[in-house]
Design a protein around this ligand. Structure first.
Ligand SMILES: [Zn+2]
Length: 254
């Protein structure tokens, strides 16, 4: 059976002398692993369509329990990623999160859209790496059903408070008053959150995808948002993201 699908390459692995395996993210089938025969021969015809982060039309068929590439046609290559090691590292981190949390056979339309939009903004320099990292992290969590409860304090439902805390491993908010009270009983892992960061988090989780990147945040707030969204990902997804370590390394000043 020949299957045709649009997909974005989220990882590639060499196999044998000339072949490679690619994982593509598709809207209809989630992640699909495809064997690309002769991919590593110079001037192989499917080269640009099957390279990392290429968005392409793939035709593949199944033999045994494997998929083999029949033909491919590139639709979009995010050239901007290849010019900048920091951007490339960040894109690899996004791909690693997706690879860890998405499986074959489940539809992934919203995740694919989020990934492609984020790559577009990253590649074209439309937003900073820090901005895109936080937006992707938090929105991805929402898309896979790990939406934090951001309506208000978990105890009194206050929408805004003088002091508000995000409970990282509980995925909810507590106002200062209720944190002080609760802390006596349990040791919560909490981060104090400002109103502007809370607004940004609500926006990332709840806005339409078309408007997702349409907000601004000052540097200090951005830093706090980055800390929160990254800790949230690491608290809820049990994984060790090598690409995140690499991203942080390339972010360090020389
Ligand atoms: Zn409260």
């Amino acid at each position: 059976m020949l299957i045709t699908a649009m997909g974005v390459v989220i990882s590639e692995r060499n196999y044998g002398e000339n072949d490679k395996f690619i994982d593509i993210l598709t809207a209809e089938y989630g992640i699909v692993e495809i064997c690309v025969k002769g991919a590593r021969k110079i001037h192989g015809k499917s080269n640009s369509a099957t390279q990392l982060f290429a968005y392409s039309k793939f035709c593949f068929n199944s033999r045994g329990d494997r998929y083999y590439l029949n033909s491919s046609e590139v639709s979009r290559v995010f050239y901007g990623l290849r010019m900048d090691i920091k951007k490339l590292a960040l894109a690899e981190y996004f791909a690693e999160i997706i690879g860890h949390c998405t499986t074959t056979g489940q539809t992934a339309k919203d995740i694919m859209r989020l990934f492609l939009n984020t790559l577009h903004f990253l590649s074209e320099d439309l937003r900073s790496c820090e901005f895109l990292k936080s937006v992707f992290e938090l929105r991805f969590m929402s898309e896979i059903g790990l939406l934090p409860q951001l309506i208000g304090c978990r105890e009194c439902y206050k929408y805004q408070a003088e002091e508000m805390y995000f409970l990282v491993d509980r995925a909810c908010l507590l106002c200062g008053e209720h944190l002080a009270f609760k802390e006596l009983e349990e040791n919560y892992y909490h981060i104090r959150i400002t109103n502007s960061v809370l607004e940004a988090m609500r926006f990332i989780c709840l806005s339409e995808q078309e408007r997702l990147f349409n907000f601004r945040l000052g540097d200090k707030s951005m830093e706090l948002l980055n800390e929160i969204t990254e800790k949230y990902v690491l608290a809820r997804i049990d994984a060790n993201f090598k690409s995140l370590d690499f991203y942080k390394k390339v972010c360090e000043p020389f």
